[in-house]
Write a protein that binds this ligand. Structure first.
Ligand code: OGA
Ligand code: NI
Length: 365
């Protein structure tokens, strides 16, 4: 029996098919390499979760996600940049940044390293395939494979950089130097973004740094290969990001979409740009001023893979109580979320499937 195929007259045993696929450790890339011309049924999403093919008369909404030019962020342009970031964070929860200071060759070598890792022989990659999230490094198809109602078409390398750094030898050598360098660049950029976001909220620049928000850094590097039936599945289902903010690098394939006024907008790849989005924790800190918005990635049938590298930035102190910033609340503008520790928050995040707004709404008063 091939992985995930329906077994003659027997009813499709989804749980067995998922387990068999997972234990094979071949990933979706392995299914493609084995010549699959259909996707296993456990990847098929119900029609309401799938994009409806729109006619070409639709307006060019893809231009709407703001692009912010960071040139002169430490000069007199800063107030203009802060205003653009604030407006984008309120209205879309997403923006792209250009002229952010990360060199093009660093961007290209990071993407190439993720590609090279995924394009190694299965025997090499499968050594890293695990669901043991306690490890600093893990590679798997869908971290929520056993919890989600339908699987999605991507393989992901996760590395936790901080607060506990991984054992260097645990990071696959093929991408080690590149991702460690990427962490350094995005940490520096994260600091600039956190300052401008604080200023946009009208709180002091160092506020997020003081709340340890540069200390929780996790990478999820995704490989979205060719999909033989891209209309039946997704690359990543609609969700919001749990943390403070996400810095995302995508290659040129495209497919990332953001929900805005009940419409899905494309986040068009812009050369050398980085995509920034507000996570649930920042929506909570800002007491609902900034929006953590639902987004998804479409599956695609390009022969070239889509590659994206997300750096999730979270506060690093697991036992501390977090909630709306006190300076943003008042008797007239009361807190709309309760306080919680990150232990409680992430426990809830990992025990359920990736989905829309239910995580943040759980903490809403
Ligand atoms: C994520 C995510 C988008 C992408 O990892 O949370 O939304 O483009 N990724 O891969
Ligand atoms: Ni996301």
């Amino acid at each position: 029996m091939t992985i995930g195929a329906t077994n003659g007259d027997h009813e499709y045993d989804r749980a067995t098919a998922v387990k068999q696929f997972d234990e094979s450790k071949i990933g979706v890339k392995g299914l493609v390499d084995s010549g699959a011309t259909t996707i296993p049924p456990f990847f098929i999403h119900p029609p309401e979760a799938l994009p409806i093919s729109t006619s070409s008369t639709a307006p060019p909404v893809s231009e709407l996600i703001p692009v912010v030019d960071l040139t002169g962020v430490d000069s007199d342009r800063r107030s203009r940049i802060v205003e653009q970031i604030r407006n984008a964070s309120r209205e879309f929860g997403f923006f792209q940044i250009i002229n952010h200071g990360v060199p093009s060759d660093v961007i290209n070598s990071t993407i190439d390293a993720i590609k090279a890792f995924n394009e190694q022989p299965t025997e090499v990659k499968s050594q890293y395939y695990t669901r043991d999230m306690g490890r600093g490094v893990f590679f798997a198809t869908n971290f929520d494979l056993y919890k989600s109602k339908a699987a999605t078409w991507r393989d992901t390398v996760h590395v936790r950089f901080s607060p506990t750094a991984p054992e260097i030898e645990d990071i696959p050598e093929i991408l080690r130097r590149e991702i460690l360098e990427w962490d350094q660049h995005t940490r520096r950029l994260g600091e600039v973004l956190m300052e401008t976001l604080s200023e946009g909220l009208g709180v002091k620049s160092e506020r997020f740094k003081e709340l340890s928000c540069l200390e929780g850094r996790v990478m999820a590097a995704h490989y979205y290969p060719y999909c033989p039936q891209p209309d039946l599945t997704l690359g990543i289902e609609s969700h919001t990001d749990p943390g403070l903010l996400t810095v995302l690098l995508q290659n040129h394939i495209g497919g990332l979409q953001v929900k805005h006024d009940d419409e899905w907008l494309d986040v068009k790849p812009v050369p050398d740009a980085l995509v920034i989005n507000i996570g649930n924790i920042l929506q909570i800190f800002s007491n609902d001023e900034f929006k953590s918005v639902e987004h998804r990635v479409l599956a695609h049938s390009c022969r070239e893979p889509r590659i994206s590298i997300a750096i999730f930035m979270d506060p690093g102190k697991m036992e501390q109580l977090y909630g709306p910033l006190p300076e943003l609340t008042s008797p007239e503008n009361p807190a709309v979320f309760r306080q919680f520790t990150l232990v409680e928050y992430f426990k809830r995040f990992v025990t359920k499937e990736l989905d829309g707004k239910s995580l943040i709404n759980f903490f809403r008063l």
